[in-house]
Design a protein around this ligand. Structure first.
Ligand code: ZN
Ligand code: ZN
Length: 274
């Protein structure tokens, strides 16, 4: 029976069910060999699941909890091919990532250089096709970010709505369309009142190229961006400059020009209101 359990353990799938935070210090590996005749009162019964710390993966004896099969992770830059965690090390610190079956990380233990740890986690809901439906990101126990996702006509996931919860109690909520363009953004103060609430409108030309972008605060148009083609090639690519008109509170307008990378061009005007 014991032998059977042991074989099952060795060939078992590598599920990660437990994390051992100890063992990051200087304690030496006391992996006792079964062949040694010392104080070993039993043959270890090796658990099925990999247990990990930031340096290694191992299996615990189900009877005495001793570490067996201790091995270093086989990657310092990506996932370990044996146990599936990623231990990313930098400057004496380490971020240890755990993943779900869809390849998205669900837990990250940050080991600071002084050995202290903090933990972040992500919770997901999935559509049946495996695309993400919702995500909740926690920093420690604090919900820091949550988002709802859509799936576009090509089957790609996009973030439709997200909320960032700041430590000072303020909150930023934005909504995007399936092209990734921002449709609405709202900043809330800590007391729940609105600091700003913007809505965007887009106009598209040939080849679904964005031609015009309008930003409203409530019903008031506060900014307009025109995408001015400098040249257009035969397959719809090309080069653009951006004309950004800002309608200021004092009734004046400011017109500025930018290149495609958002770098300012020279010919900016300050224009008096009509
Ligand atoms: Zn044992
Ligand atoms: Zn490993």
């Amino acid at each position: 029976m014991k032998l059977f359990k042991k074989l099952l353990g060795v060939t078992g799938v590598c599920l990660l069910t437990a994390v051992v935070l100890a063992g990051c210090g200087g304690d030496t590996d006391k992996n006792t060999k079964e062949t040694e005749n010392e104080s070993v009162a039993h043959e270890h019964t090796v658990g099925a699941d990999w247990v990990v710390d930031k340096d290694s993966h191992f299996k615990l004896c189900t009877e005495c909890n001793e570490k067996t099969e201790v091995e270093a992770h086989d990657s310092e830059t990506g996932k370990c091919s044996v146990c599936g965690v990623a231990a990313i090390k930098k400057d004496g610190a380490c971020d240890l990532y755990f993943y779900d079956d869809n390849g998205n990380w669900i837990k990250c233990i940050h080991y600071a250089a002084d050995g202290s740890t903090t933990e972040d986690k992500n919770e997901y809901e999935y559509f049946e096709d495996g695309n993400i439906k919702t995500i909740k990101m926690y920093k420690g126990d604090r919900l820091a970010y949550e988002a709802e996702y859509g799936v576009d006509t090509d089957g790609y996931n996009y973030e439709a709505k997200s909320t960032q919860y700041n430590e000072d109690g303020t909150k930023y909520v934005c909504e995007s369309d399936s092209k990734g363009d921002l449709m609405k953004e709202t900043m809330y103060k800590a007391d729940g009142s609105i600091e700003y609430d913007y809505r965007m409108e887009y106009t598209y030309g040939d080849n679904a190229k964005k031609m015009n972008e309008k930003k409203f605060s409530g019903d008031k148009l506060i900014q307009e961006i025109k995408y001015i083609p400098l040249f257009v090639d035969s397959w719809g690519g090309g080069s653009y400059k951006l004309e950004v008109t800002t309608y200021n509170d004092d009734g004046t307008t400011t017109v500025e020009y930018f290149n495609e990378n958002g770098e300012p061009l020279e010919d900016t005007d300050e224009t008096a209101a009509a």
